[in-house]
Ligand binder design. Structure first.
Ligand code: UDP
Length: 338
């Protein structure tokens, strides 16, 4: 029996594999290596020994998935694999809808009778929510093909669950709506290595590394306390911890949906300040125009997962989150590629 982690060579997927292995689980990782890191797979092989298997493959390849699920007796799927860049999704919507489709994966789940699946969803399903903090019943209003592809994923899962119930199957799933995932494994083994970096914390840290001269803050005229956008940064270790808790809690036939955030927002200026404190580098910053589609403030109401599963994030100080990212970037200035 093994847990299938799709996107296992990616930032969040690799951290999930690490945690599962630490908890004594057997894991089979899958990644098409379009964005995955071979260095992360190598690190996981070292950590996991015989408890970790890895295959290169695509989650849209139904027959390949069925073979893998049977070979490894897969008992649950953590489905992280996806294209996940909002801006890119606007330019390449069809790639996002094809690649992020759950149809092939769920056909394989049905054929192989895999009983549980946890789906990586996103707060992008809410678009620009009318109020913050954001609860799970906020209206769906994705503003990008990425957000829409994830909302479709959730809705396909709901239809699939109903059909599985009719067939007397025990299938259950959770959709976890991530806010801004940040930080790295605090032991320093795994990191965040996107080429090019797409998120604010690694971008700002690249200035401290000397790989970028300055950072541009996208707008300071938002209706927020310091005029810059506010986001909820959840540490990747907390995020994967929540997945394990949810997976354990999923009862037969259940559907669970949770926001995953810390429930507190930090502004872009606070992120830059924290990076300055953590790195000791001056980090020059300019103010630029707003970036299209950025909601002014987005942070989670984490009450539902707290109440139902007694789970909440432990690493909630921005400096601690950024310290963990900095530790890995400083030790691996060229990312996983040596
Ligand atoms: N941001 C910025 N400069 C950058 C990159 C991002 O000011 O070079 C801002 C962005 O406008 C947003 C916040 O940082 O308000 C977080 O952006 P990120 O792309 O990390 O995540 P998002 O919230 O878009 O998912």
């Amino acid at each position: 029996m093994a847990i299938l982690v799709t996107g296992a060579a990616g930032y969040i997927g690799s951290h999930a594999v690490q945690r599962l292995l630490a908890n004594g689980k057997r894991v089979v990782g899958l990644d098409n290596m379009e964005r995955g890191n071979a260095g992360a797979v190598a690190a996981l092989r070292e950590l996991g020994g015989g408890a970790f298997a890895f295959e290169e493959g695509d989650t849209t390849d139904r027959l390949g998935l069925e073979r893998l699920m049977r070979d490894h007796e897969v008992s649950a799927v953590l489905h992280f694999a996806a294209l996940s860049l909002v801006g890119e999704s606007v330019e390449r919507p069809l790639d996002y809808h094809r690649n992020n489709s759950l149809v092939g994966l769920l056909e394989a789940v049905r054929e192989c009778r895999v009983p549980r699946l946890v789906f990586s969803s996103t707060c992008a399903v809410y678009g620009q929510p009318p109020t913050t903090p954001v609860t799970e019943d906020a209206p769906f209003a994705p503003v990008s093909p990425y957000g829409l592809s994830k909302l479709h994923g959730e809705q396909v899962l709901i239809d699939f669950l109903e059909a599985r119930k009719q067939a007397k199957s025990k299938f259950a799933f959770a959709a976890l709506r991530y806010f801004n995932v940040a930080g790295c494994d605090r032991t320093g083994v795994l990191g965040e290595d996107h080429v090019p970096h797409s998120h604010i914390i690694p971008i700002v840290l690249e200035v401290a590394l000397g790989k970028r001269e300055r950072v541009t803050i996208f707008g300071e005229d938002y209706p927020t306390p310091d005029g810059t956008c506010v986001r909820d940064y959840i540490h990747v270790e907390d995020l994967v911890d929540a997945h394990l808790r949810v997976l354990d809690a999923l009862g037969n036939g259940e559907r669970r949906v949770y926001n995953l955030g810390i429930g507190r927002g930090y502004s872009v200026k606070e992120v830059v300040e924290s990076c300055r404190r953590v790195t000791g580098h001056a980090i020059p910053a300019d103010i630029g125009p707003r970036r299209a589609g950025d909601p002014p403030a987005l942070f989670a109401d984490p009450g539902k997962v707290q109440r139902e599963l007694r789970w909440s994030a432990e690493i909630t100080e921005l400096d601690a989150i950024i310290e963990s990212a900095w530790k890995w970037m400083k030790a691996n200035p060229n990312g996983y590629s040596v």
